[in-house]
Design a protein around this ligand. Structure first.
Ligand code: PRP
Length: 214
């Protein structure tokens, strides 16, 4: 590959991007500009390392990587499972650890056990579909929401939800609980399939360096 080609990173906005840059700093990859909270800039460059970083909405990160607009993405496993893009998942960064779960009131356990036709509210319809249809072989009605998913069983929109549980306090404060665990989640590094071949040396070194500090 051309020597002066920039390696482009798409980072999920927010906590994920901050944790990513903290980890990158440990292996000598820095980017001062990105730390500036007031900046309206969308893309940040480290000329010396020939690297570019941009911040995107989490669910868009796999899209940028699949199309090669970014060589590398850092994104939660929840988003990878939901978006199902053609990308390589190469590294578990460990941070952002949480679980994807089926949650609801304690009484809803029985509905799950008897494979009742229930409603499932979620921000992750693909993950819910995979779990109920392919793994549990239970027919359910999936309702897509965009946030505050815990509201759904409280106001009677659905019997259960499929959502991320980190500390469990949102559930607890709303009289809900984990009924079934779907899978563990954390931040992952994903790579464009062509970049993995064309930039193999740089990307492999990056993975090795990251492994040594994780
Ligand atoms: C996430 C998730 C839960 C909550 C879990 O929501 O959807 O609601 O965090 O965290 P806890 O187990 O530590 O309480 P987020 O804050 O991202 O907002 P959202 O509900 O609007 O998606």
């Amino acid at each position: 590959m051309e020597k002066n080609r920039y390696l482009t990173f798409a980072l999920g906005k927010g906590r994920l991007a901050n944790k990513t840059m903290e980890t990158f700093e440990k292996i000598g990859i820095t980017c001062q500009e990105i730390q500036d909270k007031k900046t309206r800039k969308l893309i940040f460059v480290n000329e010396e390392l020939k690297m570019r970083f941009f911040l995107a909405k989490g669910p868009d990160v796999p899209t940028y990587v699949e199309y090669g607009a970014a060589d590398i993405g850092i994104v939660g496993r929840d988003t990878i499972l939901q978006e199902r893009r053609n990308i390589y998942e190469v590294l578990d960064l460990g941070f952002g650890a949480c679980r994807m779960c089926v949650c609801g009131r304690a009484e809803a356990k029985e509905l799950l056990r008897h494979h009742e036709l229930i409603r499932v509210a979620t921000k992750y319809p693909q993950i819910a579909k995979d779990y109920f249809y392919n793994k549990k072989h239970q027919t359910v009605e999936i309702i897509k929401l965009n946030g505050s998913i815990e509201l759904a069983p409280i106001v009677g929109l659905s019997e259960v939800i499929v959502d991320i549980v980190e500390t469990g306090s949102t559930l607890k404060e709303n009289g809900l609980e984990v009924l079934e665990e779907i899978c563990p989640l954390s931040a992952r590094m994903v790579v464009n399939q062509v970049s993995m071949k064309m930039e193999n040396e740089r990307i492999s070194k990056l993975i090795q360096d990251l492994k040594s500090v994780l």
